[in-house]
Design a protein around this ligand. Structure first.
Ligand SMILES: [Zn+2]
Ligand SMILES: [Zn+2]
Length: 322
């Protein structure tokens, strides 16, 4: 353990929001652009021959089809002692875990071209790691996200998903939980189930287990919100049919967005919690067609120049071709 290099989750006295201060991140790999995705394979750390043995956690298949490794550049570290500091400069030490799920040994594999079986296998691995990480001491929240492309913050072009296990429930997930719990207590119904019923003008696509909508106050262009029809708190509770439903949803949304906007960076964000009965899990796909600027950073208010209803109409027009 190296105290000097440990990260720290610091609370901002101006806003109550948190930042993770991570020393030494300038050593991260350089970004690869989409059109260079098949270059520099010798340097790609996720190529089968390049994966360091001491980072490997688990894999599926021989030779592997999906590989889980420790993140070599973690924001949180399981060797950091858990410590909380109160007062004006309040913080919590950067205890936790960062894992990477490498989705294919093939550097050029595209999410939208993966089969439903492959995507279900990917979800199975995410769920298995999520369950394992929740068993670790002091872990309160396991976050899953997929960054694709330079504008979405992906520093490596090889297809992968990230898992981050936090010692504290803060930020967006905490806010969403509170709003869902308040809604339930006032309305005696579930916010996300009501959203699906009310968002019919902005429905994107529905299958037997999931609905997707372009939310009323979409923060960015072509934002989509994916909601399971059944009230579940996390992916851990999903049935096989629901896994297939979520795979189908994600594959379609990423495919249609590519038809609409061409190759683009995007984030897939999973919002799930364990043991929070009022929370209804959901997933977002956020194409990164514009950058955050003064209004967003200054006010934390997003400017979206495409009406969500228009995106929904365009999405539906391309759906049959995806
Ligand atoms: Zn690679
Ligand atoms: Zn619900």
């Amino acid at each position: 353990m190296d105290q000097e290099n440990d990260s720290e989750i610091r609370r901002d006295y101006r806003t109550g929001f948190f930042s993770i201060i991570v020393p030494g991140r300038s050593k991260r790999p350089h970004e690869l652009e989409e059109d260079k995705a098949n270059e520099n394979l010798a340097e790609c750390p996720f190529e089968p021959q390049n994966i360091l043995e001491n980072l490997k956690i688990m894999h599926v298949g021989e030779p592997w089809k999906i590989m889980v490794i420790k993140n070599k550049f973690p924001e949180l570290n399981g060797n950091t002692p858990l410590m909380e500091r109160g007062g004006f400069f309040s913080s919590i030490s950067g205890y936790g875990y960062n894992e990477i799920v490498i989705e294919s040994p093939d550097h050029g594999a595209k999410f939208e071209n993966m089969s439903i079986e492959q995507l279900n296998g990917w979800l199975d691995v995410l769920i298995e790691r999520e369950q394992q990480l929740y068993l670790r001491k002091y872990i309160k929240y396991v976050q899953i996200f997929r960054n694709y492309g330079v504008d979405a913050g992906a520093s490596i072009g090889h297809p992968h998903t990230q898992i981050m296990a936090w010692p504290i429930v803060i930020g967006n997930i905490k806010r969403r939980l509170r709003i869902a719990v308040d809604y339930k207590s006032k309305n005696n119904s579930c916010l996300y189930e009501d959203a699906v019923k009310k968002e019919t003008a902005r429905n994107l696509y529905s299958n037997s287990t999931f609905d997707a909508v372009a939310p009323f106050a979409s923060r960015i262009t072509a934002e989509s919100l994916i909601i399971p029809k059944r009230h579940i708190n996390s992916m851990i509770e999903m049935t096989q049919e629901e896994k297939t439903g979520l795979s189908d949803m994600l594959k379609r949304i990423v495919s249609v967005n590519k038809l609409l906007f061409g190759a683009q960076s995007y984030n897939i964000l999973f919002y799930e919690l364990k043991d929070q009965p009022d929370f209804h899990m959901h997933v977002e796909v956020l194409p990164r067609l514009s950058t955050l600027a003064g209004v967003e950073l200054g006010q934390n208010v997003f400017v979206n120049t495409v009406v969500p209803e228009q995106y929904a109409a365009e999405f539906k027009s391309k759906l049959s071709g995806a």
